[in-house]
Design a protein around this ligand. Structure first.
Ligand SMILES: N[C@H](CCC[C@H](N)C(=O)O)C(=O)O
Length: 277
Protein backbone atom coordinates (compact mmCIF):
# COMPACT_ATOMS: atom_id res chain seq x y z
CA UNK A 1 0.00 0.00 0.00
CA UNK A 2 0.98 3.64 -0.51
CA UNK A 3 1.29 5.70 2.68
CA UNK A 4 1.32 9.51 2.59
CA UNK A 5 3.78 11.09 5.05
CA UNK A 6 5.42 14.41 5.89
CA UNK A 7 9.07 14.83 6.85
CA UNK A 8 9.66 17.41 9.59
CA UNK A 9 12.29 18.33 12.15
CA UNK A 10 12.65 20.18 15.42
CA UNK A 11 16.18 21.68 15.45
CA UNK A 12 17.43 18.79 13.33
CA UNK A 13 15.77 16.04 15.40
CA UNK A 14 13.95 14.55 12.43
CA UNK A 15 10.57 12.91 12.16
CA UNK A 16 8.27 11.15 9.74
CA UNK A 17 4.71 12.25 10.45
CA UNK A 18 1.84 9.94 9.48
CA UNK A 19 -1.81 11.01 9.59
CA UNK A 20 -3.98 8.01 10.47
CA UNK A 21 -6.98 10.27 10.97
CA UNK A 22 -7.68 10.55 7.23
CA UNK A 23 -5.64 7.48 6.17
CA UNK A 24 -6.00 3.84 7.23
CA UNK A 25 -2.88 1.67 7.54
CA UNK A 26 -1.51 -1.07 9.75
CA UNK A 27 2.09 -0.08 10.49
CA UNK A 28 4.07 -2.97 11.99
CA UNK A 29 7.39 -2.83 13.92
CA UNK A 30 9.03 -4.21 10.76
CA UNK A 31 7.58 -1.32 8.75
CA UNK A 32 8.93 1.16 11.34
CA UNK A 33 12.47 -0.20 11.10
CA UNK A 34 12.20 -0.22 7.26
CA UNK A 35 11.01 3.41 7.17
CA UNK A 36 13.68 4.46 9.70
CA UNK A 37 16.53 3.22 7.52
CA UNK A 38 18.33 6.21 5.97
CA UNK A 39 19.21 4.18 2.84
CA UNK A 40 16.54 1.53 2.36
CA UNK A 41 13.74 3.69 3.75
CA UNK A 42 13.03 7.36 4.44
CA UNK A 43 15.12 7.85 7.59
CA UNK A 44 14.07 9.45 10.89
CA UNK A 45 14.94 9.71 14.57
CA UNK A 46 11.28 9.10 15.46
CA UNK A 47 8.05 8.18 13.65
CA UNK A 48 5.01 10.12 14.89
CA UNK A 49 1.59 8.62 14.16
CA UNK A 50 -1.45 10.89 14.58
CA UNK A 51 -4.77 9.21 15.45
CA UNK A 52 -8.22 10.28 16.62
CA UNK A 53 -8.35 10.72 20.42
CA UNK A 54 -9.60 7.97 22.74
CA UNK A 55 -10.67 10.62 25.26
CA UNK A 56 -13.39 12.78 23.64
CA UNK A 57 -12.15 15.84 25.56
CA UNK A 58 -8.83 15.68 23.66
CA UNK A 59 -8.21 16.78 20.06
CA UNK A 60 -5.86 13.98 18.98
CA UNK A 61 -3.76 11.06 20.14
CA UNK A 62 -0.22 10.73 18.87
CA UNK A 63 2.11 7.76 19.19
CA UNK A 64 5.92 8.01 19.17
CA UNK A 65 8.29 5.31 17.87
CA UNK A 66 12.10 5.42 17.97
CA UNK A 67 14.18 4.34 14.98
CA UNK A 68 14.62 0.90 16.59
CA UNK A 69 10.83 0.42 16.58
CA UNK A 70 10.36 0.94 20.34
CA UNK A 71 7.26 2.92 21.34
CA UNK A 72 7.92 5.67 23.87
CA UNK A 73 6.06 7.98 26.21
CA UNK A 74 7.05 11.50 25.16
CA UNK A 75 8.95 13.52 22.56
CA UNK A 76 9.41 17.23 23.04
CA UNK A 77 10.59 18.19 19.55
CA UNK A 78 8.00 15.80 18.14
CA UNK A 79 5.20 17.52 20.07
CA UNK A 80 6.02 20.83 18.37
CA UNK A 81 6.13 19.21 14.93
CA UNK A 82 2.85 17.38 15.67
CA UNK A 83 1.12 20.70 16.47
CA UNK A 84 2.37 22.29 13.23
CA UNK A 85 1.48 19.15 11.23
CA UNK A 86 -2.17 18.85 12.29
CA UNK A 87 -2.75 22.49 11.36
CA UNK A 88 -0.90 22.23 8.03
CA UNK A 89 -2.95 19.09 7.23
CA UNK A 90 -6.14 21.03 8.07
CA UNK A 91 -7.00 18.43 10.70
CA UNK A 92 -7.66 21.35 13.04
CA UNK A 93 -7.75 25.14 12.92
CA UNK A 94 -7.05 25.44 16.65
CA UNK A 95 -3.90 27.09 17.95
CA UNK A 96 -4.33 25.51 21.40
CA UNK A 97 -4.20 21.75 20.89
CA UNK A 98 -4.80 19.05 23.50
CA UNK A 99 -3.20 15.73 22.69
CA UNK A 100 -3.05 12.30 24.31
CA UNK A 101 0.34 10.59 24.45
CA UNK A 102 1.54 7.39 26.13
CA UNK A 103 3.17 9.66 28.72
CA UNK A 104 -0.07 11.53 29.47
CA UNK A 105 -1.92 14.59 28.05
CA UNK A 106 -0.01 17.57 26.63
CA UNK A 107 -1.21 21.10 25.87
CA UNK A 108 0.43 22.71 22.84
CA UNK A 109 0.13 26.29 21.57
CA UNK A 110 1.06 27.28 18.00
CA UNK A 111 2.15 30.91 18.39
CA UNK A 112 1.62 33.60 15.78
CA UNK A 113 5.40 33.83 15.33
CA UNK A 114 5.40 30.16 14.21
CA UNK A 115 7.10 28.90 17.34
CA UNK A 116 5.31 26.23 19.37
CA UNK A 117 4.87 26.42 23.15
CA UNK A 118 4.54 23.08 24.95
CA UNK A 119 3.47 22.51 28.56
CA UNK A 120 5.74 19.53 29.20
CA UNK A 121 4.29 18.70 32.61
CA UNK A 122 6.22 18.37 35.85
CA UNK A 123 9.58 16.55 36.04
CA UNK A 124 9.65 13.49 38.28
CA UNK A 125 12.87 12.73 40.17
CA UNK A 126 11.89 9.65 42.17
CA UNK A 127 13.95 6.69 40.90
CA UNK A 128 10.85 4.46 40.81
CA UNK A 129 9.18 6.93 38.43
CA UNK A 130 12.08 7.02 35.94
CA UNK A 131 12.53 3.94 36.39
CA UNK A 132 16.04 3.69 37.91
CA UNK A 133 17.23 1.19 40.52
CA UNK A 134 18.37 3.21 43.55
CA UNK A 135 17.86 3.28 47.34
CA UNK A 136 16.09 6.64 47.31
CA UNK A 137 15.60 10.03 45.67
CA UNK A 138 18.63 12.34 45.67
CA UNK A 139 19.92 15.08 43.32
CA UNK A 140 22.92 12.96 42.28
CA UNK A 141 23.47 9.18 42.05
CA UNK A 142 26.72 7.32 41.40
CA UNK A 143 26.66 4.99 38.39
CA UNK A 144 29.46 2.51 37.69
CA UNK A 145 30.16 2.33 33.93
CA UNK A 146 33.08 -0.02 33.27
CA UNK A 147 36.06 1.41 35.18
CA UNK A 148 34.41 4.82 35.57
CA UNK A 149 32.23 6.01 38.46
CA UNK A 150 29.84 8.66 37.12
CA UNK A 151 27.70 11.14 39.04
CA UNK A 152 24.32 11.46 37.32
CA UNK A 153 20.90 12.90 38.01
CA UNK A 154 17.81 10.98 36.89
CA UNK A 155 14.60 12.63 35.70
CA UNK A 156 11.38 11.43 34.08
CA UNK A 157 9.65 13.72 31.59
CA UNK A 158 7.25 10.90 30.88
CA UNK A 159 10.30 9.23 29.34
CA UNK A 160 13.50 8.39 31.25
CA UNK A 161 16.59 10.65 31.32
CA UNK A 162 20.03 10.48 32.90
CA UNK A 163 21.93 13.80 33.00
CA UNK A 164 25.71 13.91 33.33
CA UNK A 165 27.44 17.28 33.88
CA UNK A 166 30.55 17.75 31.72
CA UNK A 167 33.12 20.57 31.38
CA UNK A 168 32.82 20.74 27.56
CA UNK A 169 30.15 19.08 25.41
CA UNK A 170 32.42 19.12 22.35
CA UNK A 171 34.95 16.79 23.97
CA UNK A 172 32.43 14.82 26.06
CA UNK A 173 32.73 11.04 25.35
CA UNK A 174 29.14 10.80 24.04
CA UNK A 175 29.90 8.02 21.52
CA UNK A 176 31.47 5.87 24.26
CA UNK A 177 29.39 6.67 27.35
CA UNK A 178 26.06 7.26 25.58
CA UNK A 179 25.39 3.62 24.63
CA UNK A 180 26.77 2.36 27.96
CA UNK A 181 24.43 4.60 29.99
CA UNK A 182 21.48 3.96 27.63
CA UNK A 183 21.67 0.19 28.22
CA UNK A 184 22.84 0.26 31.87
CA UNK A 185 21.09 -2.53 33.86
CA UNK A 186 19.95 -0.07 36.57
CA UNK A 187 17.61 1.45 33.94
CA UNK A 188 15.12 -1.38 33.36
CA UNK A 189 13.50 0.48 30.42
CA UNK A 190 16.83 1.90 29.19
CA UNK A 191 17.41 5.68 29.29
CA UNK A 192 18.20 8.81 27.27
CA UNK A 193 21.67 10.07 28.24
CA UNK A 194 22.20 13.85 28.38
CA UNK A 195 25.64 15.52 28.58
CA UNK A 196 25.20 19.01 30.06
CA UNK A 197 27.76 21.86 30.16
CA UNK A 198 26.69 24.76 32.39
CA UNK A 199 27.72 28.01 30.64
CA UNK A 200 25.88 30.35 33.06
CA UNK A 201 22.84 30.12 35.39
CA UNK A 202 20.68 30.93 32.33
CA UNK A 203 22.45 28.97 29.58
CA UNK A 204 23.60 25.37 29.06
CA UNK A 205 25.07 23.43 26.14
CA UNK A 206 23.65 19.92 25.74
CA UNK A 207 24.22 16.77 23.69
CA UNK A 208 21.84 13.80 24.04
CA UNK A 209 22.41 10.16 23.17
CA UNK A 210 18.79 9.13 22.75
CA UNK A 211 17.34 5.77 23.78
CA UNK A 212 16.46 3.83 20.65
CA UNK A 213 17.87 6.35 18.16
CA UNK A 214 21.44 7.29 19.14
CA UNK A 215 22.82 10.84 19.32
CA UNK A 216 20.39 13.34 17.82
CA UNK A 217 20.88 17.01 16.92
CA UNK A 218 18.33 17.99 19.55
CA UNK A 219 16.15 16.39 22.25
CA UNK A 220 13.24 18.35 23.72
CA UNK A 221 12.55 16.12 26.72
CA UNK A 222 16.31 15.92 27.24
CA UNK A 223 16.52 19.72 27.35
CA UNK A 224 13.73 19.78 29.94
CA UNK A 225 15.38 17.04 32.01
CA UNK A 226 18.75 18.82 31.99
CA UNK A 227 17.23 22.17 33.02
CA UNK A 228 15.15 20.57 35.79
CA UNK A 229 18.22 18.73 37.07
CA UNK A 230 20.37 21.89 36.93
CA UNK A 231 17.78 24.03 38.75
CA UNK A 232 17.31 21.33 41.39
CA UNK A 233 21.07 21.32 42.01
CA UNK A 234 21.15 25.13 42.28
CA UNK A 235 23.28 25.46 39.10
CA UNK A 236 20.60 27.11 36.94
CA UNK A 237 17.78 29.66 37.26
CA UNK A 238 14.64 29.75 35.08
CA UNK A 239 14.38 30.66 32.21
CA UNK A 240 17.26 28.73 30.64
CA UNK A 241 18.45 28.75 27.03
CA UNK A 242 19.51 25.28 25.95
CA UNK A 243 22.08 25.25 23.15
CA UNK A 244 21.88 21.95 21.26
CA UNK A 245 23.90 20.95 18.19
CA UNK A 246 20.81 21.66 16.04
CA UNK A 247 19.86 25.00 17.63
CA UNK A 248 18.38 26.59 20.76
CA UNK A 249 15.34 25.88 22.94
CA UNK A 250 13.92 28.09 25.69
CA UNK A 251 12.92 26.18 28.83
CA UNK A 252 11.07 27.73 31.77
CA UNK A 253 10.53 26.12 35.17
CA UNK A 254 9.37 28.97 37.41
CA UNK A 255 8.97 26.87 40.55
CA UNK A 256 9.35 23.22 41.63
CA UNK A 257 5.57 22.70 41.73
CA UNK A 258 5.09 24.05 38.19
CA UNK A 259 5.24 22.36 34.80
CA UNK A 260 8.18 22.95 32.50
CA UNK A 261 7.39 25.10 29.47
CA UNK A 262 9.37 24.58 26.25
CA UNK A 263 9.26 26.98 23.28
CA UNK A 264 10.90 26.20 19.96
CA UNK A 265 10.48 25.80 16.19
CA UNK A 266 8.88 23.08 14.05
CA UNK A 267 9.97 22.80 10.43
CA UNK A 268 8.23 21.05 7.53
CA UNK A 269 10.71 19.68 4.96
CA UNK A 270 8.73 17.69 2.36
CA UNK A 271 5.64 15.55 1.75
CA UNK A 272 5.88 12.12 0.21
CA UNK A 273 4.34 8.73 -0.44
CA UNK A 274 6.04 5.49 0.54
CA UNK A 275 5.32 1.87 -0.35
CA UNK A 276 4.59 -0.29 2.71
CA UNK A 277 5.39 -3.90 1.80
N1 LIG B 1 14.37 8.72 22.36
C1 LIG B 1 13.34 9.17 23.31
C2 LIG B 1 12.06 9.62 22.55
C3 LIG B 1 12.29 10.87 21.71
C4 LIG B 1 12.64 12.07 22.55
C5 LIG B 1 13.26 13.26 21.81
N2 LIG B 1 13.39 13.16 20.38
C6 LIG B 1 12.61 14.58 22.24
O1 LIG B 1 12.59 15.54 21.45
O2 LIG B 1 12.16 14.64 23.42
C7 LIG B 1 13.00 8.02 24.27
O3 LIG B 1 13.27 6.85 23.92
O4 LIG B 1 12.46 8.30 25.35
Amino acid sequence: MLLHFTKMHGLGNDFVMVDLVTQRARITPAHICQLADRRFGIGFDQLLIVEPPRDPTMDFRYRIFNADGSEVENCGNGARCFARFVRDQRLTHKRDIHVETAGGPLVLKVQHDGMVRVDMGRPRFSPAGVPFEAAGDQPLHTLQVGEETLSISVVSMGNPHAVLQVDDVESAPVERLGPAIEAHPRFPRKVNAGFMQVVSPSRIRLRVFERGSGETLACGTGACAAVASGIRQGLLKSPVTVELPGGELSIEWPDPEAALIMVGPATRVFDGRVVLN
